[in-house]
Design a binder for this molecule. Structure first.
Ligand SMILES: Nc1nc2c(ncn2[C@@H]2O[C@H](COP(=O)(O)OP(=O)(O)OP(=O)(O)O)[C@@H](O)[C@H]2O)c(=O)[nH]1
Ligand SMILES: [Mg+2]
Length: 452
């Protein structure tokens, strides 16, 4: 049998804190606990013990709480020892060094999760969710990562796989009796079945857009003429002076990117160069950049100076704006101009605003929340985080299904159809982790932090 070493890592950030956690996983955990804490009697799993940590050299390093988890009922599926010490980084690293001196090995990034995966404690989408959960930056993203950790994505793929298996099984029956022609109604049933699978698959692919929004925040572009008050708006939303504000038009040239939290959402705010006939090359470049950013933006805040006529927007931008994605802010109402003029974006919500006094801020927040909920609403239980790796496999899956469908319609041999469907099953398997490619696992888990 292959010998497994016992890995160890500090699981909390390096710095002063109330407590720090050192954890070990592997076959030596129980004997380590007995040695370190001189425990010869019973050592009950999942029980918190208080004890003095005595190093191999015999010095007491700290008073700690320790807990032994017995495999397979642990995160990694192996015996695991967790030691909670005082949150001085010297104590935590001292304990780590002592455990290494006793024969443990410092873990690689993601090695605990990798063992959990290899020991069948979770599929790959769940292992990835552990990392998503640690890195989540909004309540929605946390919720999605939790769903995935509880196996939501695996369950969806499971349904897909079961339906596929049913199709493959009956198709294989026809391969065994090739002289029998496929009855027309049976062929139709296959076509409908595969089309359904494709719809299911497309839905998963589409949700990657939602996943990007959960991960990166809703991309919200602040647009408008020079001097309209775009940077003032950014500062107001952030609550601090991030951008330079001046009465000189053309102040902002390079765009600025900041993040805010709004309700359960994370929002990426982008302040841009004012849109006009550029007076210099640098300004022209800034405007070009704004047009480029508009390509990827989810939501637009169009800031207008109410005292000025409605702006002429470049066609590349005007064509992107609609009532569903744009909020118009009639800024500088504190100056007393009341005529709003025509709405530059037909049907878009238009709010009386003052970036100077904060008038309209609550109305803007409410409108933004409503817009995000409308654009990205999905049943919370269905939230999953489709990442680039899943995207590749899902596209492969869709291609296989597409090809199977075409062969059915062209009355090609059923072996060929079955082979496409098997390809589709492999694609699903690769998402969940039936992977015989060690390199791929190396790449995946190396993006994790040490101790996870
Ligand atoms: N009275 C009043 N002045 C404002 C308001 N918002 C912005 N300003 C002023 O308008 C001027 C331009 O503001 P900025 O926020 O720099 O405008 P901008 O749209 O970022 O301008 P550029 O970066 O040059 O495109 C500054 O003098 C601000 O103080 C407002 O609501 N009321
Ligand atoms: Mg500006």
């Amino acid at each position: 049998m292959e010998t497994v070493d016992t890995i160890v890592a500090v699981g909390t950030p390096n710095g002063e804190s109330a407590l720090a956690l050192v954890r070990a996983s592997g076959p030596a955990c129980e004997s380590l606990a007995r040695e370190i804490f001189s425990r010869s009697g019973s050592l009950q799993p999942r029980h918190a013990y208080h004890g003095s940590y005595r190093s191999a050299a015999g010095t007491v390093m700290d008073d700690v709480v320790y807990c032994l988890y017995q495999g397979p009922k642990s995160f990694t599926g192996e015996d695991t020892l967790e030691i909670t010490c005082h949150g001085n980084p010297l104590i935590a690293s001292g304990i780590l060094t002592d455990l290494i001196a006793r024969g443990c090995r410092q873990s690689e990034p993601g090695e605990f999760s990798r063992r959990a995966f290899l020991n069948g404690r979770m599929d790959l989408t769940q292992a990835e969710a552990v990392m998503e959960l640690i890195q989540a930056r909004s309540d929605k993203a946390i919720q999605a990562a939790h769903n995935q950790l509880r196996g939501a994505f695996g369950r969806q793929l499971g349904i897909l796989k079961e339906r596929m298996l049913a199709n493959v099984a009956t198709i294989e029956a026809y391969i065994d009796f090739p002289e029998e022609d496929l009855p027309e109604e049976q062929k139709e049933a296959y076509v409908t079945g595969i089309q359904e699978l494709m719809t299911f698959c497309s839905r998963l692919i589409d949700s990657s857009q939602y996943a990007a929004f959960l991960r990166d925040g809703v991309k919200t572009l602040i647009l408008g003429e020079p001097n309209a008050g775009k940077s003032s708006l950014l500062n107001l939303l952030l609550g601090f002076e991030r951008a330079i504000v001046s009465e000189q038009p053309g102040t902002t040239r390079d765009f600025l990117r900041e993040r805010i939290i709004l309700g359960p959402h994370s929002i990426q705010l982008l302040d841009t160069a004012g849109l006009r006939e550029a007076e210099s090359d640098i300004e022209q470049e800034g405007i070009r950049k704004t047009i480029e950013l508009a390509e990827e933006a989810d939501i637009f805040l169009l800031v207008r100076d109410t005292a000025l006529p409605s702006p002429e927007l470049p066609e590349a931008i005007a064509s992107k704006l609609s009532a569903a994605n744009c909020i118009v802010l009639r800024n500088k109402v504190d100056l007393g101009v009341s005529d709003p003029g025509p709405n530059p974006v037909a049907g878009a919500k238009s709010i009386e605003f003052s970036a100077l006094t904060g008038h309209g801020l609550e109305a803007l927040r409410a409108a933004l929340l409503e817009m995000i909920d409308a654009r990205f609403s999905t049943d919370d239980d269905d939230l999953i985080l489709v990442n680039a790796r899943h995207g590749v496999a899902l596209n492969e899956l869709r291609d296989c299904l597409q090809s199977a469908l075409k062969k059915l319609e062209d009355d090609e041999a059923m072996e060929l159809v079955a082979s496409d469907l098997r390809g589709a099953m492999d694609a699903i398997g690769s998402i969940l982790g039936r992977i015989d490619n060690e390199d791929m696992l190396d790449v995946l888990f190396s993006s994790f932090c040490i101790g996870k």
